[in-house]
Design a protein around this ligand. Structure first.
Ligand code: LLP
Length: 417
């Protein structure tokens, strides 16, 4: 459920008319609903209450500091994958003791920064990374709290480009090899081996892959404990999907929570989760204006948002539903909705039936709050677009549109050119 609804045929975010935001900030822009973010954080927390979870929001899904602050107020911590994300989490007031650091390629300077901040856990993905982290921690006179991220060789049954839990993916340590790597970790003096972590992919629409992965993790923890390694934290990752189209039906958080309780309810450990999309996906929309309706082999609705603003359709064949900001009486037509970027992949929707818009009409892409703004870029020298947060009847720009002056000022031309 979200708080983007029609009132008198006009799309609103909570109590604010989207058209009013468009008039104030121009198009395109992202808009997030504070109430939706808060609700999702609460629903997910509630669904896992049997294991008293530490929920570390995956910052990569939406890294805006106002969003992070909204989630921090609900008790969420952060799952970060870079120093930049860690700095954002800290700037949002997330305490370091609620931060886990994931990723296959942490640099030594990122390790140092995170150790000095005093984060809760490094999720380490290789023996080489263990050795580097041990050295960095030693040089600071500290012990790094670590979990090993294991790769359980489970097919997440999601899009190949967002699947991480199969042997052939670059992520994690082969679960069959994990006991050997844990033994190495135990022997390194500047590491505190505290946990295990797993994350098999994103936008999962079935529970079975979670069940398979978690069963393997459970067996591993039992055998590590039996061999004297004190596993105290179990990080079960993120990945639960959200409905993008009306016929998508990912399992609700309550069913996921019941699975976790069934599989780990009797396990004494701290349970960590790293949801991203589930928390912020349908808390955001992308609003765009129709520039032209072009009649060619197809009817093209050319909008002012491009693949640089919302990359998911071009990258993962993702389908983001589109709705009018004002419901009118236009006859419906079969159209392709495309952006202005000079790439054939700059297509949002193909052959969809929608009321034929006119130039100047506003449209909104739904479920754009996760991996929308955070994946956006300035390709074609287009400006990063604004992000807006709505709370009740108020709205605020939480990241302004960059200016052309800012864009040009970043670059330096050497004298010898
Ligand atoms: N934990 C780790 C270690 C991850 O790699 C990810 C996502 C998450 C948690 C959060 O997953 P979520 O709950 O959001 O599914 N850009 C792609 C998704 C890439 C996901 C990368 N890792 C997309 O737009 O679909």
């Amino acid at each position: 459920m979200d708080h983007f609804t029609y009132k008198n045929d006009a799309l609103h975010a909570e109590d604010v008319a989207i058209a009013d935001i468009a008039a104030a900030v121009g198009t395109p822009f992202y808009v997030y609903s504070h109430a939706t973010l808060t609700r999702h954080a609460q629903v997910f927390t509630e669904s896992l209450k049997s294991v008293k979870p530490l929920i570390c929001f995956a910052v990569k899904a939406n890294s805006n500091i106002a969003v992070l602050k909204t989630l921090a107020a609900q008790g969420l911590g952060a799952d970060v994958v870079s120093e930049g994300e860690l700095r954002r989490a800290l700037a949002a007031g997330i305490v370091p003791s609620k931060v886990v650091f994931s990723g296959v390629g942490k640099t030594r300077s990122e390790m140092k920064f995170a150790l000095e901040a005093g984060i809760h856990q490094f999720n380490v993905e290789s023996d080489r990374e263990l050795i580097a982290l041990n050295e960095v921690a030693g040089s600071l006179g500290k012990k790094a709290p670590i979990a090993l991220r294991v790769n359980p060789d489970v097919d997440a049954k999601t899009h190949a480009k967002i699947s991480t839990g199969k042997k052939e993916n670059k992520f994690g340590i082969d679960i069959d090899d994990a006991p050997r790597i844990y033994a190495i970790a135990q022997s390194l003096p500047h590491l505190d081996v505290q946990g295990v972590s797993v994350h098999i992919g994103s936008q999962l629409t079935e529970l079975a892959p979670f069940r398979a992965a978690y069963a393997r993790v459970r067996t591993l923890v039992e055998s590590l404990r039996a061999s004297g390694i004190n596993i105290r934290t179990i990080d079960l990752g993120g990945g639960l999907g959200v409905p993008y189209a009306t016929d998508d039906a990912p399992p609700p958080p309550a069913e996921y929570g019941a699975l976790v309780a069934e599989m780990f309810g009797d396990f004494g450990a701290e349970f960590i989760f790293e949801p991203g999309r589930l928390i912020c996906g349908n808390a955001g929309i992308l609003v765009t204006e129709v520039l032209y309706v072009k009649q060619a082999s197809h009817t093209y609705v050319i909008v002012d948002a491009g693949m640089n603003d919302l990359m998911r359709p071009a990258l993962y064949d993702a389908v983001h539903g589109i709705v009018p900001v004002r419901i009118g009486k236009a006859p419906s037509a079969v159209v392709n909705v495309v952006g202005p970027v000079c790439e054939s992949t700059d297509v949002f929707l193909k052959n969809i039936d929608m009321p034929l818009p006119h130039e100047g009409d506003l449209l909104a892409f739904r479920t754009a709050g996760a991996y929308g703004a955070s994946l956006s870029n300035t390709y074609n020298s287009r400006l990063l677009i604004p992000e807006v947060m709505v709370k009740g009847a108020e709205f605020s720009v939480i990241r302004p549109r960059l200016s052309y002056a800012d864009m040009l000022a970043l670059e330096v031309t050497p004298e010898w050119i």
